[in-house]
Write a protein that binds this ligand. Sequence first.
Ligand code: AMP
Ligand code: GLY
Length: 422
Amino acid sequence: MKIMVVGGGGREHAIIKKLKENKSVTEIYALPGNGGIAADAVCVNIGAKDIGKIVDFAKTNVVDFAVVAPDDPLVLGAVDALESAGVPCFGPDKKAAVIEGSKRFSKELMKKYGIPTAAFETFTDVESALEYVAHCNIPVVIKADGLALGKGVIIAKSRAEAADAVNSMMRDKKFGDSGTTVVIEQFLSGPEVSVLAFTDGKTVKPMVSSMDHKRAGNGDTGLNTGGMGTIAPNPFYTDEIAAECMEKIFLPTINAMCREGRAFKGCLYFGLMLTEDGPRVIEYNCRFGDPETQVVLPLLESDLLEIMQACRNGTLDKTEVRFKNGAAACVVMASDGYPEKYDTGFEIDLSGNKSSEVFVAGAKLESGVLFTSGGRVLGVTAVGDTLDSALETAYADVKRITFKNAYYRDDIGARALSAFKD
Ligand code: AMP
Ligand code: GLY
């Protein structure tokens, strides 16, 4: 089988490596992929948002199955275009991808169907939003409605910050049209859990839970990033909480999307906060999370391609989704300065790596040599019997992988380990 994976980050590298375990896979194309992915797939220089060219490529090369991984092409309708051209796809269609594409949509869906989330108001008029933040409880969370590269969420700790956030999104258009509508919501606190779930629109099978580390600095300080590391499973997410989430969040969401005529097929990402009043949905994503995928897929024991086909064909109820016991840890190695200004073009030496899997996110290949080309450069993932041992292995390999200006957090997993000490 010829497979095409749309996207080019660490998540896509993890998906490609897992797909390769299926014996019927003969060829994998990555559009556009990256210099590190080139070791595992044929990289084709077509951007993930260039839907016309993606469809043409799939038809010309007789692709048997496509996986659309990033949010942008999903929200733009890449799956609809590929399916119309006769290419079977893993991923939600445009109607279903709106669950990530519009925060207003997702918040109203949760309100309508009684799915637990932070209380909120929606605004399309800047004066009304400013009036609201002049009187609401503080802290308050201000979110741009549309996609904003994970940066459209501002937690305001004072009224002045809240007003600044409203003005920057709605007046100054800091996130372009994404900020034409804003959602202003109640600030919640508690451990965060990411749960990625396979679904065919009717059946939902959650994957092992995980924890992201979004801030750039140790101790969860500094700017928000695309994710500096992950661990799985998330120890705060007990079996009891998992059962509660299935009953109150996962199944109601899948059923709600069906009832709205937007059946969701693919990977639905539940960003949850475990508050004192129970689990709450912080966000939905219409895709695999990154770097969550870099710890979740290495723990998957069942065949990824078969599961993806079952999600597309509506047979997930008959398909096994099994995970290994044990734990996984991923430490992201970034370019110093990320997520702001950083230099690239430094040679990467992976030869010291002993036992981790390396998923490459931002690197280019020149004459057989890898050079850094992005903020997040690579993820180093280790699997172990315990979280402690997975972290130890991952960090030992991080120290053996070298490139100039490498930066990583020293405390990935520390908060999770503290859960065992209570
Ligand atoms: P998002 O882009 O929706 O993932 O939000 C980014 C981060 O902002 C989340 O991972 C949370 O840490 C934080 N966040 C979002 N919504 C809230 C909320 N209502 N209360 C507290 N923190 C939040
Ligand atoms: N790790 C968060 C995300 O993929 O959006």
